[in-house]
Design a protein around this ligand. Structure first.
Ligand code: 5GP
Ligand code: ZN
Length: 114
């Protein structure tokens, strides 16, 4: 845990959030400023700032983020169109430096993204 990290504090429930999923490795919660009717952030409990900070030993954990996204998308009937996004680095719009996968659904999305 990184004492100064917002999402680490959510992981240990020092800061409240609306949880959508939790197990030993992963937690997922509703985004405070949703950009779509469904907007969930899926995070490893282990602190990484971004994808490039993970190591080969983290491969299963990274895969699990996608599995949880698929499970939540199915539970919420989003199969006709949903988006999974990881912003890495400020240049890509990352604002919280604890790796998280956005699951967005419930509206149409444009491509290419902005
Ligand atoms: P990023 O810009 O790093 O890819 O995404 C960070 C996301 O975290 C943003 O969509 C933002 O709305 C969300 N966020 C920031 N602070 C909080 C918070 O305190 N609680 C929750 N639930 N979401 C937050
Ligand atoms: Zn963290």
């Amino acid at each position: 845990m990184d004492e100064n990290c917002l999402f680490c504090k959510i992981a240990v429930k020092k800061i409240p959030a609306k949880l959508a999923f939790e197990d030993n490795d992963v937690f997922a919660f509703e985004d405070i400023s949703p950009q779509a009717p469904t907007h969930i952030l899926i995070c490893p409990k282990k602190h990484f700032a971004a994808l490039h900070d993970a190591t080969p030993e983290d491969q299963a954990l990274l895969g699990k983020l996608l599995s949880v996204a698929a499970k939540l998308a199915t539970e919420r009937n989003l199969q006709s169109g949903y988006r999974t996004v990881i912003n890495n680095g400020g240049g890509a719009g990352q604002s919280v430096f604890h790796l998280h996968l956005h699951l967005l659904g419930g509206r149409n999305f444009h491509w290419p993204p902005g």
